[in-house]
Design a protein around this ligand. Structure first.
Ligand SMILES: [Zn+2]
Length: 488
């Protein structure tokens, strides 16, 4: 029997091993491994299960026991299900991946037969302890032992190693115990991304640290893939604007379809041609309405709207700002308001809005407000881009036949690649039109199709690479196995 306890970011578990009777029982307590952010009630249960398995293994090897059976009881039903499932695969993004993997590993290599039993927890709350069965009593006893051990856990340094763990991943002196894929992705790529931006001289390391990446990450993950790729491309500056269309040999002129000036990515936001000011003003009015609807600090609301207006108008005129906001405005000024518009906003905005919510005793969250603000700004950017594309579409006849031929050729090639790939159902819409119909569409439609199809194709390529390497690895394993077990 084992039971876990969890309090104030510390976890413990207590366990007992008994035979037919309680005579000669062994009782133990463990501190759950991991950092403060890793702990949970769930993790404590796993720590208890893991401790029982390690102890049984040691007992068996000490007494040379090679067969028999153990009944393991615990009040955490989902922990038992997760650890002793024959069918469900352990996903690397599973919280407590390390402990579950260690338990599964012990289980797999144990020569004993393991049975699991779910025991209802805290039965003493309704029933006198004497009236409980043996399991119920042991559960209550382990629960109390584990709870009493929390104080000890708090006085000891955090530890991370788990007995029987087949392998573990460490980043510096921190063990990775959850979100393995995204953590490794971050470790592998974040430094590269930083170096890229530092090399562009657009941001200093200190400013980079100040950006609210958590909120940007949430805003990204809540956006559609097409929107995410749009935002990324435009923020980097490499996107289907005149400057790059000429470079990619898809257009002859790098000029803006709305005003005729040289068109790079930033120009799309500030272009004043073809009534784009109307789109902008309507978008800002919507933004203002949204800000009021979520009880934005009036000073913050005013500062954001004034600065956005003056940034787009190319003014450097001084905007009056509330004294409290001077620091954050200064930080934003160093980064630039284009960065703000693209969602690169320092964490100070969230803190200032949170302080206001606390002041007015609102239950709203500064983080939620920030994530929404970023999404609203991206929506304005999207509207400006759509407006620009609409104008381009009207000028479609300006597209030379050579440019059209290049576009069509690209679509044909990508269309047949998609047809021959296994793409997910959510991306099937790309093939909903027969190729002839697709080629008959206007060039804005076709460019948008191409943009989205390229994103999907990149994902397909990445997946097929990881599949083929998986197949390759398993073949290698098989060959090696045969070689190791060859008759000599
Ligand atoms: Zn323009």
């Amino acid at each position: 029997m084992c039971d876990g306890s969890f309090k104030d970011a510390y976890g413990t578990a207590a366990w007992v091993l008994e035979g037919d009777t309680s005579k000669g029982r062994i009782v133990g307590r463990v501190i759950a491994p991991g950092n403060s952010s890793d702990h949970s009630a769930y993790r404590s249960e796993f720590s208890g299960i893991s401790a029982v398995m390690v102890m049984v293994k040691n007992l068996c090897s000490y007494h040379n026991i090679t067969e028999g059976s153990v009944e393991l009881a615990c009040d955490g039903l989902s922990a038992i299900d997760k650890a002793f499932s024959y069918v469900s695969l352990l996903h690397i993004d599973e919280p407590n991946y390390d402990l579950i993997a260690a338990i599964k590993h012990q289980w797999k290599y144990s020569s004993l037969l393991w049975k699991v039993r779910h025991v209802k927890g805290h039965q003493d709350q309704h029933t006198a302890i004497q009236q409980l069965d043996r399991w119920g009593k042991l559960n209550v006893e382990m629960d109390q032992l584990a709870k009493a051990y929390i104080g000890v856990a708090k006085s000891r340094p955090r530890h991370f190693s788990i007995v029987g763990e087949p392998w573990s991943i460490w980043a510096g002196n921190k063990k990775v115990v959850k979100d393995l894929a995204s953590t490794i992705y971050e470790l592998a790529h974040v430094e590269q991304v930083k170096q890229y931006w530092f090399s562009k001289d657009q941001i200093t390391p200190e400013q980079f640290m100040n950006i609210n990446w958590g909120a940007i990450g949430q805003a990204m993950s809540q956006s559609q893939r097409s929107k995410r790729s749009f935002v990324s491309k435009h923020t980097v500056g490499m996107c289907g604007v005149g400057k790059f269309m000429v470079r990619w040999k898809e257009r002859v002129s790098p000029n803006c379809p709305r005003c005729g000036q040289l068109e790079d990515a930033s120009h799309v936001w500030i272009c004043s041609g073809c009534n784009s000011a109307e789109i902008w003003e309507k978008s800002l009015a919507d933004l203002e309405q949204w800000m009021s609807s979520v009880s934005t600090d009036p000073d913050i609301q005013d500062a954001i709207l004034q600065h956005l207006k003056s940034w787009r108008a190319g003014n450097t005129t001084h905007v009056n700002i509330a004294h409290d906001l001077q620091d954050i405005i200064q930080l934003q000024e160093q980064l630039g308001w284009q960065s703000f518009f693209e969602g690169w906003i320092p964490a100070g905005w969230e803190e200032a809005q949170q302080a206001y919510y606390s002041l007015i005793r609102s239950h709203r969250m500064g983080r939620r407000w920030t994530v929404c603000l970023i999404q609203k700004l991206w929506n304005i950017a999207w509207d400006l881009w759509e407006h620009r594309n609409g104008i381009l579409h009207q000028q479609d006849n300006c597209l030379s036949s050579a440019e059209l031929a290049v576009l069509n050729q690209k679509i044909r090639s990508l269309y047949s690649q998609l047809l021959n790939s296994s793409i997910s159902s959510q991306d099937r819409y790309l093939l909903s039109l027969p190729i002839d119909k697709l080629l008959g569409k206007d060039s804005t439609y076709k460019r948008t199709w191409l943009d989205q199809a390229q994103v999907v194709m990149a994902v397909v390529r990445k997946n097929s690479w990881s599949n083929s390497s998986r197949i390759m690895l398993s073949n290698m394993r098989r060959v090696l196995y045969r070689w190791l077990h060859r008759s000599t």
